[in-house]
Ligand binder design. Structure first.
Ligand code: GLA
Length: 404
């Protein structure tokens, strides 16, 4: 099996891991899990000093792992190339193009060493997950956080907190892999809480959690099946545009991040920006942060309708000002909103494909899936996939009988 899907259960995944572990690695192992995430609102705000509101999912990446006696690092994933084993070593913690996905876990080992946590020996890790690849539900962040957790637990690195796992994962992605992502995905994967979303101030890393189990509605994720290919290069461009906007605005009003501006304050300084693209990018970052604050308040007051309106406005801003959507995803969002019982719908994650997140009344979910898959197939010839989000626990070790 080379492709997992969100419908594979934990039991099935662990059984498959056990079978392959015995063939390829052998010996005792420990079992770990780190989830993917879905972001409810607060998109492209996390590298702008703003707020985000993601939750960890019940699906994610699992791993069997053990310490080695030598300096080798042996990594395999049942999601990629049928579990082909990549071998490298602690003496070779550098990015290699042809090392593909293993650059992520290697980057985490590198980040541990960079922060003074030199590993006494290498590791064997076998991964298998049920996050659909390229769906924008953070399979890479879950891989990073999971690897960090494995290192922490196997080597008894007690000083590493769950939040540190997020920071070390982000460091690996920024400085080893070269994707300038913010902290949201790794934070959600490390810090997730069952049935809760995390309201995080990315400037201070202070956070609160809020219950996300809705009375008569559910959070439905729709996978457009468009893989977010452009994500990395365009993402870094957006980030650079926001940094340029900060620099130009600072000539009039000193700021460190766009997250410091309210929409009103932005209106007063925006004429200093040298071109209209910068105005639109900055306007998104500023208004999205304001929407996230409002959405959090609305949820606490139980005002789901208001939350849904803010999700819709978030999408419109991502589509028009920030330009990180694509026609297929826009279609899914706009068609979803026409269906009675849909409270809000937007693109989620980095963009350029991937998934939408919608709040749908329980009695409308069946129609939602039927109507949307039919129209989407007619328009684009693609089969949308649907997942009901169940906010889950952050990264943790799974206790198992592991002597083989
Ligand atoms: C990706 C990044 C996150 C965040 C989102 C957009 O998922 O990894 O840090 O910026 O895009 O909100």
């Amino acid at each position: 099996m080379s492709v997992a899907n969100a419908f594979m259960t934990q039991e099935e995944i662990l059984a498959k891991l056990k079978e392959v572990w015995q063939d390829e690695f052998g010996g005792d192992y420990r079992v770990f899990f780190a989830p993917g995430r879905v972001n409810m609102i607060g998109e492209h705000t996390d590298y702008n000093g703003g707020h985000v509101f993601p939750c960890a999912l019940s699906f994610g990446t699992y791993a069997f792992a053990k310490k080695r006696d030598d300096g080798k690092i042996r990594l395999a994933s049942l999601n990629i190339r049928d579990g082909e084993v990549f071998e490298s070593s602690l003496d070779d913690l550098v990015f290699h193009e042809d090392a593909g996905w293993t650059n992520y876990p290697k980057g985490v080992i590198w980040a541990f060493e960079e922060t003074g946590r030199k590993l006494p020996s290498g590791v064997d890790i076998l991964y298998f997950g049920n996050i659909p690849a390229g769906s924008g539900l953070s399979s890479s962040a879950s891989l990073e956080v999971l690897t960090g957790l494995i290192l922490k637990n196997l080597f008894g690195l007690e000083d590493v907190s769950q939040a540190d796992l997020a920071l070390l994962g982000q460091k690996a992605e920024n400085q080893f892999v070269g994707m300038n992502c913010g902290i949201m995905d790794q934070f959600a994967s490390a810090m997730g809480q069952k049935d809760h979303a995390i309201y995080l101030d990315t400037n201070t890393l202070k956070y609160e959690t809020a219950p996300l189990v809705l009375k008569d509605a559910k959070i439905v994720i729709t996978n457009s099946e468009v893989k977010h290919q452009l994500a990395s290069s365009e993402y870094n461009t957006r980030r650079a545009e926001c940094e340029k906007a900060v620099e130009e605005i600072s000539r009039k009003k000193p700021i460190k991040t766009l997250g410091e501006l309210t929409p009103g304050a932005f209106e007063q300084v925006k004429d200093v920006l040298s071109d209209n693209i910068l105005v639109r990018r900055a306007r998104h970052a500023v208004t999205e942060n304001a929407r996230t604050l409002d959405a959090y308040s609305a949820l606490k007051e139980g005002n789901i309708e208001k939350f849904g309106e803010l999700m819709n406005a978030s999408h419109d801003s991502l589509e028009n000002d920030y330009e990180v959507s694509c026609p297929e995803v826009d279609f899914l969002v706009h068609e979803a909103r026409k269906i009675p019982g849909v409270i809000g719908s937007r693109i989620t994650g980095g963009g350029f494909g991937g998934c939408t997140v919608s709040i749908v009344k329980n009695d409308a979910i069946k129609t939602f899936m039927e109507v949307l898959s039919k129209k989407y197939k007619e328009a684009y010839g693609l089969d949308a996939e649907f997942y009901i989000a169940e906010p889950g626990e952050g990264a943790h070790e799974i206790a198992m009988e592991t002597t083989v």
